[in-house]
Design a binder for this molecule. Structure first.
Ligand code: GDG
Length: 491
């Protein structure tokens, strides 16, 4: 693509990185957590960026505007809300996005509810978003749309005759044809994706899956080129499809882990657990993350190696997610039942194997857990990337930890040489990997962790944004002016 003199980066996602809440008779605004926010906040800050999305509340538009303006001042970039109704959130967000696309794209199609009403609502909300994007941006902006909720943005912008340079990044996996073809609206959806100028995926496998689905549903599509970004020609127009494994702000995590208080807290955690080996799991409570299977793998570990009783603790931090959805409530019950069963079966005086936390931890506390853990046990059934795996490496400043990682996490493509790769469904295999990691020679362990840290350091969040912007508009992050420059020019 050629340089079009663009000067502002506009991010569009379902949720804004700040949520409005009505607490004690007053509206308040709170910064959100989660992969996308962790990834993009440092990138927009002080670069005159704009983020468009839903504010998480119904009504209260005046209050929302005021609070978002206030929040923008602190965040260092502008936030603009797209109002949604309860019915829209029910059908487009909980329905189409989370009961169809989320399970289907994670290869769990038996969990899908293909309700046509959800599809209609998804299109209506995508249209509403596109109208807002058209109004809030100009042709000089680069519009970077995030994730599966908003796959029709470029399609609707074009159908309104609005010219924008657009990129799309899919944070979750893209499934192979035998799974994607089950989607009743497969052709419309994949063709909508082809309307973006750049479509980005987490791994090369995801991109291949997309290309194979496209070739089946639009046989006239022609893919050319090699490497991380390829060109696709379809019906007289060309767009790019690329692989951009999302990353973290390595220095931020590394720096936090070296902070005296965080290091002290990590030491306190280890002391409280009597310097036993610490195995750590950190996830949003979601059925794709494989938490029940992981607890069963711990049970298998204790059945296979009974001498490990009293010698380790498995700490699972499960962050509440989609709490109003029955399936997620059931999953929480299932996990709590399993934790109780495993602890009931193996506890001895002064020791319980599984420590389970169902809450979100403040960032510094999470970092202390990362720094304290001997082994990170990250075993999603399927995951776009999994930032926790990378954060664990960045926080392992003494370079002695081991990473056990699901082969079905996107992160495995980058870390496979040095992590213990496991199939999360193979409970015995996971148990044996934990046993090996516990007895792993320190020199080899250090060598592996050092290599993983080098990989996560060099392929960090700034590298990720630069690669996407280079592919999309031939620009680096540094090419976007700082806020000061924009203000000066506007005077
Ligand atoms: C989606 C894709 C992809 C977790 N617990 C706490 C906490 N977290 C933070 C972690 C991490 C983030 O949440 C979770 O990111 P993941 O990548 O693991 O997973 P998803 O939320 O499912 O994200 C995923 C990602 O998008 C980015 O593209 O990697 O595959 O599913 O940053 O640190 N943060 C705090 N307290 C906690 O208790 N403060």
């Amino acid at each position: 693509m050629t340089d079009t003199g663009m000067r502002r980066l506009v991010v569009v996602s379902n949720r804004l990185p700040a949520a409005l809440k009505f607490v004690d008779g007053e509206w308040t605004v709170k910064g959100g957590a989660g992969g996308l926010v962790t990834a993009l906040a440092p990138v927009l800050k002080n670069r005159g960026g704009l983020w468009i999305g839903w504010n998480g509340a119904f009504g209260a538009e005046e209050e929302s505007k005021r609070l978002l303006d206030e929040f923008s001042g602190e965040a260092g970039y502008e936030l603009k809300g797209v109002p949604l109704t309860e019915d829209e959130v029910k059908k487009y967000y909980f329905g189409f996005s989370n009961e169809i696309i989320w399970p289907l794209f994670h290869d769990l199609q038996t969990r899908c509810r293909f309700d046509p009403e959800y599809w209609r609502s998804y299109l209506e909300v995508n249209f509403k978003f596109a109208e807002n994007v058209a109004r809030m941006t100009s042709s000089e902006d680069f519009i970077w749309v995030h994730d599966y909720h908003l796959m029709h943005q470029a399609f609707f912008l074009k159908s309104m005759g609005v010219k924008r340079s657009t990129g799309f990044f899919l944070h979750i996996p893209f499934p192979p044809p035998d799974i994607f073809l089950k989607l009743p609206w497969r052709q419309k959806l994949i063709l909508a994706l082809t309307e973006f100028d750049l479509v980005g995926f987490q791994t090369t496998q995801d991109r291949y899956n997309f290309e194979r689905c496209l070739e089946m549903l639009a046989p006239d599509a022609k893919v050319s080129g090699e490497g991380a970004v390829v060109s696709v020609e379809l019906r007289g127009r060309e767009f790019q499809a690329g692989t951009f494994p999302i990353a973290i702000d390595f220095n931020q995590f590394d720096g936090m882990a070296r902070d005296r208080e965080v290091a002290h807290e990590a030491f306190r955690i280890r002391e409280a657990l009597k310097h036993r080996k610490i195995i750590l799991g950190v996830d949003r409570l979601d059925y794709t993350k494989g938490i029940p299977e992981r607890i069963l793998a711990i049970r298998e570990l204790l059945r296979l190696y009974p001498d490990l009783k009293g010698k380790f603790n498995f700490i699972q931090i499960a962050v509440p997610s989609r709490e109003d959805v029955d399936e997620y409530k059931d999953l929480r019950d299932e996990i709590e039942l399993l934790v109780g069963r495993v602890n009931g079966e193996f506890s001895i005086p002064g020791w319980v194997p599984v420590h389970y936390h169902y809450r979100s931890l403040p960032q510094n506390e999470l970092t202390s857990y990362y720094a304290a853990a001997d082994i990170a046990l990250i075993t999603p059934l399927r995951d776009g990337m999994n930032l926790v795996a990378k954060e664990y490496c960045a926080c392992n400043v003494n370079e002695s930890g081991a990473l056990i990682l699901s082969e079905f996490a996107g992160a495995a493509a980058q870390l496979q040489e040095w992590a213990y790769l496991v199939n999360p469904y193979d409970l015995e295999g996971v148990a044996k990997a934990i046993h090996r990691a516990m007895h792993w020679d320190i020199e080899e362990r250090r060598d592996s962790m050092k290599n993983m840290r080098d990989q996560v350091r060099s392929h960090n969040i700034f590298w990720w944004v630069d690669s996407f912007l280079q592919a999309g508009i031939s620009k680096n992050l540094d090419d976007f002016p700082s806020v000061e420059t924009v203000r000066f020019e506007n005077n």
